[in-house]
Design a protein around this ligand. Structure first.
Ligand code: QAP
Ligand code: CO
Length: 168
């Protein structure tokens, strides 16, 4: 297993639209394992393949307290069950150090495939529903900062660009 580098905003590769996963093989299994290792190492609760520069429709999530409930979503799709919005302070491993409030539908139904290619369906609410929607956005090249005012987004971009210059 290995840790994968995580792309950071405003890297243009975070804007790519991911394509479907069609081959379920050992290479995919290894990528999933590396994504979990990378997410846990970075203290994250969700990671989309886009964030590690792999433009395939694949997410890993673990919102459990004890980090013992890994969930893998391949080719995920969701529908809104409950139109009502709820607010959550979101962060992102690709936008380190910044948290802002975002509103999203409260309850969703997700259809996806697991690592073996088996289709499954689940309903989600609370932080899991937030996280699934946040991660599916990544597959569409979308970031949580896109929901903020352009002033806030620019401020975040400038601060991160400064950080990137320092460490380059
Ligand atoms: C998305 O985000 C999410 O800034 C996943 O310094 C976030 O795992 C969904 C993280 C909140 C729902 C609620 C962020 C770690 C992790 C940082 C993450 C940081 C270290 C973010
Ligand atoms: Co994110």
């Amino acid at each position: 297993m290995s840790l994968l580098p995580i792309l950071e905003f405003p890297d243009p590769r975070l804007r790519k639209i991911a394509g479907p996963v069609s081959v379920f093989d050992e290479k995919l299994e290894a990528l999933i394992d590396d994504m979990f290792e990378t997410m846990y190492d970075a203290q994250g609760i969700g990671l989309a393949a886009t964030q590690v520069d792999v433009h395939k429709r694949l997410l890993v999530i673990d919102v459990s307290e004890n980090k013992d409930s890994p969930l893998t979503f391949i080719n995920p799709e969701f529908e809104i069950i409950e139109d009502e919005l709820s607010e959550y302070d979101e962060g992102c491993l690709s936008v380190p150090g910044f948290y802002e409030t975002v509103s999203r539908p409260q309850r969703i139904r997700v259809r996806a495939q697991d690592r073996a290619g088996q289709a499954f369906e689940m309903e989600a609410d609370g932080i899991l529903a937030v996280c699934i929607q946040h991660e599916i956005d990544h597959l569409e090249g979308k970031l949580f900062v896109d929901y903020l005012s352009s002033l806030k987004r620019q401020r975040i971009r400038k601060k991160l660009e400064k950080e990137h210059k320092k460490s380059a």
